[in-house]
Design a protein around this ligand. Structure first.
Ligand SMILES: Cc1cc2nc3c(=O)[nH]c(=O)nc-3n(C[C@H](O)[C@H](O)[C@H](O)COP(=O)(O)OP(=O)(O)OC[C@H]3O[C@@H](n4cnc5c(N)ncnc54)[C@H](O)[C@@H]3O)c2cc1C
Length: 404
């Protein structure tokens, strides 16, 4: 079967490419989008947090019309939030203003796919890309039928550890430090005193070695509660399940919020927290990578929805131009670099910076957090390093020696 464009994977990145590309080219070009899930978007493997359009405009100012671009229709907003609180290993809370919302992410993805279908694209669910030979992709459907697809353009939007990236040779070897293992519950029946406009991030060896744990409100009764860990920072018998249980049962404040709450759903996943891949276009096979497949992520916080939207949208317009004969596919890389590479690099450097000063020790995290104020945390959530930390940096080795 010949198609102009094959999109593999319908998470935020692939669904954005599908919706936008179908709106540009309509049924003049054939688009086939596939996902191995029966209902793409579900189960929701995400904390679903999204900064407000105003915050996104300051985080990614190079995205054209950024306020409008990042605005979500009211129907996709589950809960508006006003603040983020960082909670230190010993329970010190530093709160800072940062507006955002939790999304109905599954519904948003479903509607993007529906838009693509209405504009003439074909969508196959329970369909898995299993092989690539030259530019021919083999897809296996749920009834085990194998179909060969000959696409003019291939979009690899198949998430972290992308098969497409491997097949086209663009995947990069990463260290275990560049991945966060995560587990999350949706919990309901939340304590009524809980402030549903505050996002909470918990640090410390017991709750999130090498990363952070979170409570993201979905409404005043339901929250996404998750824990992240990085393998090189795990000690003894610690693992992600234990970290999440510790948070829910033993953390001085989180356990109070979650006391009496019920677990509704549980998911697990992996978040890439390295730099984006250096090369995201393969001219030989006319393929490109978007979203987690290209490690396009705000790595200091593991935020992948905004970069997936930006890369997905740029991929769609570039493919449309390419099919029109007005540009080469390599233009995709030039365009997304211009829009967001700077912030992705800044957030990666921030992650490395904090790895170095904390070296994974609670005592050090606590020492630094005791000296940070709301304004400093505000810098961190905007991917900047607070001046106090910059000042302390040349003395890190000495400080780490005295703060054991
Ligand atoms: C627990 C958790 C919490 C998170 N919280 C947040 C948050 O609060 N805010 C935020 O911005 N980011 C968050 N992230 C990160 C964010 O979810 C990802 O960065 C984002 O989903 C990346 O989108 P994507 O489309 O690139 O990949 P994915 O969402 O992973 O989508 C990939 C799709 O490809 C499909 N697929 C894979 N292989 C194949 C194949 N061979 N054939 C067919 N289909 C295939 C999969 O079924 C899937 O639907 C979180 C991640 C996790 C795991």
């Amino acid at each position: 079967m010949d198609v102009n464009v094959l999109i593999i994977g319908l998470g935020p990145a692939g669904a954005t490419v599908l919706s936008k590309l179908a709106q540009i080219v309509g049924s003049e070009k054939s688009i086939l989008a596939i996902d191995h899930r029966a209902k793409p978007g579900f189960p929701v493997q995400c904390g679903e947090f999204m900064p407000s359009p105003e915050e996104m405009a300051s985080l990614m100012p190079a995205v054209p019309n950024s306020r409008e671009f990042f605005a979500f229709d009211e129907q996709y907003i589950s809960q508006r939030t006003k603040t983020i609180s960082f909670v230190s290993p010993q329970g010190k809370v530093i709160q800072t203003p940062f507006e955002g919302y939790s999304l109905h992410r599954g519904k948003w993805i479903t509607d993007l796919i529906e838009t693509g279908k209405k504009k003439g694209a074909e969508v196959w669910t329970s369909a898995c890309a299993v092989n690539m030979e030259n530019t021919r992709i083999t897809i296996v459907q749920s009834d085990k039928t194998q179909i060969q697809i000959n696409p003019q353009v291939i979009v690899g939007a198949d998430g972290v550890n992308s098969k497409i990236a491997q097949w086209i040779g663009l995947n990069e070897k990463r260290s275990d430090k560049d991945y966060v293992i995560v587990k999350q519950h949706v919990m309901t029946n939340i304590d009524t005193d809980y402030d549903p406009t505050d996002i909470q991030m918990f640090f410390g060896d017991k709750y999130s070695p090498g990363a952070y744990s979170w409570i993201i409100p979905k409404n005043n009764n339901t929250v996404n509660v998750g824990a992240g860990v990085r393998i090189p920072m795990l000690r003894g018998k610690m693992n992600v399940s234990k970290a999440l249980t510790n948070l829910i049962e033993e953390h001085p404040t989180a356990s109070q919020i979650l006391k009496g709450a019920r677990i509704d759903k549980t998911i697990a996943g992996v978040v890439p927290v390295g730099l984006p891949f250096q090369n995201t276009v393969d001219v030989k096979s006319q393929s490109l990578l978007v979203g987690d497949a290209a490690s396009q992520i705000v790595s200091s916080v593991g935020g992948g929805i905004p970069p997936s939207m930006v890369a997905g949208s740029i991929a769609a317009t570039t493919i449309a131009d390419f099919l029109d004969g007005t540009c080469s596919l390599t233009e995709y890389q030039t365009r997304w670099w211009k829009s967001m590479l700077n912030v992705l690099i800044k957030s990666y450097k921030l992650r490395q910076f904090f790895d170095k000063i904390s070296s994974g020790r609670d005592s050090r995290i606590q020492w630094y957090m005791n000296r940070l104020k709301s304004g400093d945390i505000n810098k961190v959530v905007h991917c900047a390093v607070p001046w106090k930390v910059t000042l302390a940096y040349p003395f890190v080795r000495y400080l780490n020696w005295i703060i054991t």
